[in-house]
Design a protein around this ligand. Sequence first.
Ligand SMILES: Nc1ncnc2c1ncn2[C@@H]1O[C@H](COP(=O)(O)OP(=O)(O)OP(=O)(O)O)[C@@H](O)[C@H]1O
Ligand SMILES: [Mg+2]
Length: 354
Amino acid sequence: MRGKQSSSNPICDGHRDEFGVGYAMQGIGYAMGPGPVLKVEDLRVSFSTRRGVGMAVNGVSFEVKKGETLGLVGESGCGKSTVALSIMKLLPRPPAKFEGGRVLFEGEDLMAMDEEEVRSYRGRHIGMIFQDPMSSLNPVYNINFQVAEPLRIHQGLRGSALVDQVVTLLRRMRIPAPENRARDYPHQFSGGMRQRVVGSIALSCEPELIIADEPTTALDATIQAQYLNLLRELQEDTGVAILLITHDFSVVAKMCHRVAVMYAGTIVETAEVETIFNNPAHPYTQALMAAVPDIAAWKGHLSPIDGSPPSIYETHRGCPFAPRCAVVQDRCREEAPPETQRAKEHGVRCWLHV
Ligand SMILES: Nc1ncnc2c1ncn2[C@@H]1O[C@H](COP(=O)(O)OP(=O)(O)OP(=O)(O)O)[C@@H](O)[C@H]1O
Ligand SMILES: [Mg+2]
């Protein structure tokens, strides 16, 4: 019973209270479906540069169910955006190369499709929200044109039906006076409004999955809270599955049902959000949690993780976290640990738990 658990972590419970809802703990309005919307299996992606061939994503597997938000977290450079962009086949090739694995969207392998087939999924079935709204919006077209485009292409809307739908979508994302503001250009909108426009575009064709890569990093705290509330409401209404990439554990606490923790191109732990906050099993997840600012009980110091993640161009035999791990054993340097299931939704890749 998730709702009965108490939390010792102030970020987890405190922020939920602050935002008014213990989202994941309360469950969600929309029933989670039995099969995953997205299933990533043993995904491997490399980059070839002058420095050599580096494995940026090295055997990543996870799934996201209908109505669920999966958080993908980990230090900078661990491969989160590479995973997100690979799913949509949006990485530049070269330098990127798909080395293996499957990305099943409702059972269909996107990796086995040609560009034209994948394009029919982008926007229509899979919406994307990236960190910098300016890079997602085209400065030379007005907002109306950009929100209307996927509706024209994927839903065949024209004329007044199209105009009405654009206004409805902008209103749903709380853009004030959308009938008039739709004629504006991106530079005439604030950063928060631009991000909400990107959200409107991502949601325009009622996709089954949204991939959001650091969607709120550029927003101030108030706009961020509003934006996340909107995403959550929309998920409750439509059951959209969300893959949410973030560095911010207050965003994780507010939004996510489950969390996958990534380190050096692999997922080292996957668990329900309460477990990640209150009972993490992998030494890396424990170290990440110790590095999260505890605002409620601020004592003036944090515990950063010593050292830095390995370069993708380095090869290592054992666990990639071994050089920084406080509880490292000889075996960790020799052999990579397999994934073990600690509980139904709790997988961990560490010799301590084999
Ligand atoms: N186009 C590229 N060419 C070469 N290397 C790349 C390219 N894109 C990413 N990389 C490398 O792949 C690794 C993973 O990068 P990625 O952007 O996926 O990390 P991330 O987890 O999203 O980091 P952040 O939290 O900073 O956004 C990094 O070592 C990065 O330098
Ligand atoms: Mg990134």
